[in-house]
Design a protein around this ligand. Structure first.
Ligand code: SF4
Ligand code: SF4
Length: 280
C-alpha cells in the first residue's frame, strides 16, 4: 500500500495532467442523459455548458490573415482563451489540453523502452517557420491553411468518427516521432505549440529551483533528461537563473515528478511581473 502511494506521488504531475486531458476529451464525447454533452464542437471552436463559446486564438489569427470577417462571439472566446494562456503559460495547452500530446508522449515512452537511438536532428526554430508558413498560406489562399491538416482537430474527429485519412496522418506522425526523430512533432514542428509558446512567453506560472543540498552536491540532471524541451532547464541546472523563463516550457511537471530531492516547484511568479513592469 505504501509502495502504491509512493508511486502515485512520484507520478503526481503526470497522473493529474492525464486526468485533465482525458476529462477534456470526454467532455466532447460523452452524452449525459437528460443534459447532453458538456462541450460541443472541438478544441478549435467549442461551446461549453450550452453557454460559453471558446475559440482557439490561433484559428482566429488564421481567419484574420485569410481576410474573413470575425464574429464578436468568436473574438470574445479567443480573448478568454488567449488571456488565460498569456497570463499563466501558453504551452500549458500542449501538456494539459492537446490530445496529440498523448500520442507523442506514447511514442517517446516506446522509443525509450525499445532503446531506439537513431535521431534525425531538427532545428527547434522549424516550428516558427511552419507557423509563419501557415499564416502566409492563409493570407495568400484566403483560407484557414493549417486547419486543412491540423492533426489536433483530426485526432478529436478520429475519436468520434474513424476516418482512414485521419488515421494515416496520425500514424505517420507517431512513427516519425518513434523511429526518426526524438520528440519531432511537438518539440520541433507543430505551429500550434509554437504559437502558444509565443503567446505565453511571459506567463507567470514557472518551474522554480529551490536548491537543496542533494541537488547542489550531486548535479544529477535527471530533470533535464525527462524534459520534453531540455534546453529550457539548462540555465536553471547550471544556476544561471532561478526559474525557467523560456516560453517553450510546457509546464508538464515531468521535472518535478523526477526530482527526488524536491529542488523544483511550480510557482506563480507575480513579483517578477511587477518588477518587469517597473523596469519598462
Ligand atoms: S506541440 Fe502541437 S501537437 Fe504537440 S502538444 Fe502542443 S499543440 Fe499539441
Ligand atoms: S521544465 Fe519541467 S515543466 Fe517545463 S517542459 Fe521541462 S519537464 Fe516540463
Amino acid at each position: 500500500m505504501l509502495r502504491i502511494g509512493r508511486s502515485l506521488y512520484r507520478h503526481r504531475w503526470l497522473l493529474t495532467r492525464r486526468t485533465v486531458q482525458i476529462a477534456i476529451l470526454l467532455a466532447f464525447i460523452v452524452h449525459i442523459p437528460s443534459y447532453g454533452k458538456i462541450a460541443e464542437g472541438n478544441l478549435s471552436s467549442s461551446l461549453w455548458f450550452g453557454e460559453l463559446k471558446l475559440t482557439d486564438p490561433f484559428i482566429l489569427l488564421q481567419s484574420f490573415f485569410a481576410g474573413s470577417s470575425i464574429a464578436m462571439p468568436a473574438l470574445i472566446g479567443a480573448l478568454i482563451i488567449g488571456s488565460f494562456y498569456a497570463f499563466f503559460a501558453g504551452r500549458l495547452y500542449c501538456s494539459w489540453v492537446c490530445p496529440i500530446n498523448l500520442l507523442t508522449d506514447l511514442a517517446y515512452w516506446l522509443r525509450k523502452k525499445l532503446n531506439i537511438k537513431g535521431n534525425m536532428s531538427l532545428s527547434r526554430s522549424l516550428r516558427l517557420w511552419v507557423l509563419a508558413l501557415a499564416l502566409a498560406l492563409s493570407f495568400l489562399g484566403g483560407t484557414l491553411a493549417w486547419e486543412m491538416i491540423n492533426p489536433i482537430t483530426r485526432f478529436q474527429r478520429e475519436l468520434i468518427w474513424f476516418s482512414f485519412s485521419g488515421a494515416m496522418l496520425l500514424g505517420a506522425l507517431f512513427l516519425f516521432d518513434l523511429f526518426v526523430s526524438r520528440r519531432a512533432w511537438c518539440g520541433h514542428l507543430c505551429p500550434v505549440g509554437a504559437f502558444y509558446g509565443l503567446l505565453g512567453r511571459y506567463g507567470r506560472l514557472k518551474v522554480t529551483a529551490t536548491p537543496t543540498e542533494g541537488c547542489d552536491s550531486n548535479g544529477c540532471s535527471r530533470c533535464v533528461a525527462v524534459c520534453p524541451e531540455p534546453h529550457v532547464l539548462a540555465p536553471v541546472v547550471s544556476k544561471q537563473t532561478k526559474s525557467v523563463t523560456s516560453g517553450d516550457c510546457t509546464r508538464c511537471g515531468a521535472c518535478l515528478d523526477e526530482c527526488h530531492e524536491g529542488s523544483l516547484s511550480m510557482k506563480l511568479d507575480l513579483v517578477g511581473m511587477v518588477t518587469r513592469k517597473a523596469g519598462n
